[in-house]
Design a protein around this ligand. Structure first.
Ligand SMILES: NC(=O)c1ccc[n+]([C@@H]2O[C@H](COP(=O)([O-])OP(=O)(O)OC[C@H]3O[C@@H](n4cnc5c(N)ncnc54)[C@H](OP(=O)(O)O)[C@@H]3O)[C@@H](O)[C@H]2O)c1
Length: 293
């Protein structure tokens, strides 16, 4: 699994395909992170179609992830959801398919009761996981994993999983380092992917200006690199896969140019000093579900 992938959340459908095509053919990316809830899998699929169809890369050269959305957790829905993603992405198989959240929701997206609380469906993770395992058996996906799983959810999942989750994709950046969960996942033999590794600097909501931190800027200056490159390198040196999102060509290029320098122990330690427990992506914000409490 390549250590740097291209994220695609909030990549506008009109830009997502171009960004993916550029990343694959001009910048050396070999890993793309997708999800149907991002609303751009069709456009990304067109990019895959032209990159793989045009012969510039082979399908097997690229590691492609997608995710099962919350409304598709029921046993009878999982395969159809995966097939819809494969169809949109113009692929025969995924390298990795993740359960996006440990929350099942009714069809039609977020639904709220009269008190404004998110309505959840009674589908166990076990039911969903068994259907995920069948996707591996059927050859639709090479590996399965989870995203946003906490230690209690993982403990439960590992008690019955016939096929172990290969990956936990979680929010990780210096403001939210989750060191204990990272260690725990690695001890379980899982790869940990860091999402929002730059803390989403470009947005009004759900974002933080970690790239402007004095210490990040000064370490970047010392290495002749950019703040974003320092943040990504920090993630890689923690043995996490990083999946920064951008639709700007110069940033897409910048974000994978992180293999020609190394942060010292002192740099790593100084960056670790930025921990704030600042979680950016939290279902409490959209459903008052205290998922991470
Ligand atoms: N499993 C989950 O629940 C989950 C949740 C969140 C994210 N993810 C995945 O993880 C990916 C990355 O996380 P994210 O998109 O939340 O946040 P992120 O990658 O930390 O930040 C993306 C933001 O940073 C900007 N940016 C990118 N490169 C930059 C650079 N070199 N310098 C300055 N700004 C830069 C982007 O702007 P421009 O595009 O304008 O360049 C965008 O506004 C997502 O796209 C998605 O694939 C998964």
């Amino acid at each position: 699994m390549p250590m740097v992938g291209l994220g695609t959340w909030k990549s506008a459908p009109s830009e997502a395909g171009q960004a993916v095509g550029y990343a694959l053919t001009k910048c050396g990316y070999r890993h793309i992170d997708c999800a149907p809830i991002y609303g751009n899998e069709r456009e990304i699929g067109e990019a895959f179609g032209s990159v793989f169809g045009g012969g510039s890369l082979r399908r097997e050269d690229v590691f492609i992830t997608s995710k099962l959305w919350d409304t598709e957790h029921a046993r009878g829905d999982v395969r159809a959801a995966c097939e819809a993603t494969l169809h949109d992405l113009q692929l025969d198989y995924l390298d990795l398919y993740l359960v996006h959240w440990g929350i099942a929701e009714p069809k039609g997206g977020h639904t709220y009761d009269e008190n404004g609380h998110l309505v959840v469906e009674k589908v166990s993770i076990r039911e969903t996981w068994e259907a995920m395992e069948e996707l591996v058996d059927a050859g639709l996906v090479k590996a399965i994993g989870v995203a946003n799983f906490t230690a209690p959810l993982l403990l439960d999942l590992f008690s019955y999983a016939r096929i172990q989750p290969a990956v936990n994709q979680i929010e990780l950046h210096p403001y939210l380092q989750q060191t204990r969960l990272l260690d725990f996942c690695q001890r379980l033999g899982m790869v940990v992917t860091a999402y929002s590794p730059l803390a989403r600097p470009g947005y009004e909501e759900m974002s933080a200006r970690l790239v402007d931190e004095k210490i990040i800027r000064s370490i970047a200056r010392a290495h002749g690199k950019t703040p974003a490159q320092v943040l990504l390198r920090w993630g890689i040196q923690r043995n996490t896969v990083v999946i920064p999102k951008s639709t700007h060509p110069e940033r897409i290029k910048e974000n994978i140019d992180v293999f020609d320098f190394e942060l010292s122990e002192g740099d790593m330690h100084a960056i670790a000093g930025l921990e704030r427990g600042l979680r950016i992506v939290d279902p409490y914000q959209w459903g008052q579900v205290p998922y991470f409490d």
